[in-house]
Design a protein around this ligand. Sequence first.
Ligand SMILES: Nc1nc2c(ncn2[C@@H]2O[C@H](COP(=O)(O)OP(=O)(O)OP(=O)(O)O)[C@@H](O)[C@H]2O)c(=O)[nH]1
Length: 410
Amino acid sequence: MAAVLVIEDSPIILKILGHMFRRTPEYEAVFCASAAEAEILLDSAEHFVAAVADLHLPDAPNGEVVDLILKHRVPCIVLSGLQDESRREELLLKGVVDYVYKENQQSYDYVFHLLGRLEKNTHIKILIADDSAPTRKFIGQCLKAQRYQLLEAENGKQALQLLEQHPDTRLLIADYNMPEMDGIALVKHLRHEQKRKKLSIIGLSAESEGFLSARFIKHGADDFLRKPFYPEELHIRVMHCLERQELIGQLYQLAHCDSLTGLFNRRHFFANAPELLLKAREQNTLPCVAMLDIDHFKRINDDFGHDIGDVALKAFARLLKDNFTGSLLARLGGEEFALLVSDQNPASLAAELDDLRERCAQLVYGPTGVPELSFSAGLSAQGEDIDALLKDADEWLYHAKESGRGRCCY
Ligand SMILES: Nc1nc2c(ncn2[C@@H]2O[C@H](COP(=O)(O)OP(=O)(O)OP(=O)(O)O)[C@@H](O)[C@H]2O)c(=O)[nH]1
């Protein structure tokens, strides 16, 4: 559980926050009501993932507690009733995560949203591509307060090299005017090969031409910022880009994965198989398709219940996944699975599946008395396209079932 230091002396606010922390079991709140108490806690061995601090405390009436928190390198979220924009700006520049006004329930919800983001941000890499060292430093400082991992490039070419070295980079902030390769050329190059769900891009420019933002976005940037900007604007745009990316990822997951087993689903299999077959043909390899089906699966459901049947499906799926990491594997529906291997003849794939049969029989998936899991498979390397290959494999699967189950036919 992650510990959050809450420095607040108002009983009403403490009651609200206490209630919200009880509803959010992933955080443990450590409450204190003065800067002196906060100092003792910050000096202690306790590791705080963040601090939520009021600015007016009995022994620190002017927000001094913020300096104390930042000195201890703990991310600080200010939660204050003081609606003072210049104070707010000053503290944001100092490096607080955010300055939230105590206005209504949404303010408190937002604080918890920020806590969740801070935890995620520590795993997110952002690349800043700008030829100006002071600008890179300024952006870096703003983003460091949000706990992101940062990379820096002085021009577009260097940015490409860094993206190659760090393929898990989630966001690129690209300036327009850079030597070697400018921001728009960089975006064009990246969008030619990078899928939007993997890398978000924010264009950046100090130039006043309005068309620059449009050009950036037309070529594939997700957003645009004109320099100079407030740290808060950068923070919000970065957060929105990443949250949009996460939502797209979730949508992709929902559309392409089977929720029970976590394997790809039928849609994904049929969407991706043609390209794999084409590649196999271009590379002169021999693709092979297998249709796999658990034997007498209905009996497991009937005798032990659907939930045990579900556990059996998950165990079988995991076995296949661990064994065929480089191949296209999907649950087509029910207890039926499809496998596309790009270069293997049916005899060799059948031998591999026969070896797997023993491990399948040893899978533990339910109470004592459940039958050993067994499966049949039909294999085919004959067919112009994926439909033909699957049709042939399905006929062989029928043959395997008819001739006694627990075997491969091809
Ligand atoms: N628990 C569980 N059962 C499912 C799921 N999807 C389909 N089934 C069940 O899978 C069973 C498939 O039964 P059958 O098609 O008769 O196949 P079988 O009993 O395996 O027989 P053979 O394939 O001939 O060996 C049915 O009882 C379905 O209700 C699921 O997601 N979870």
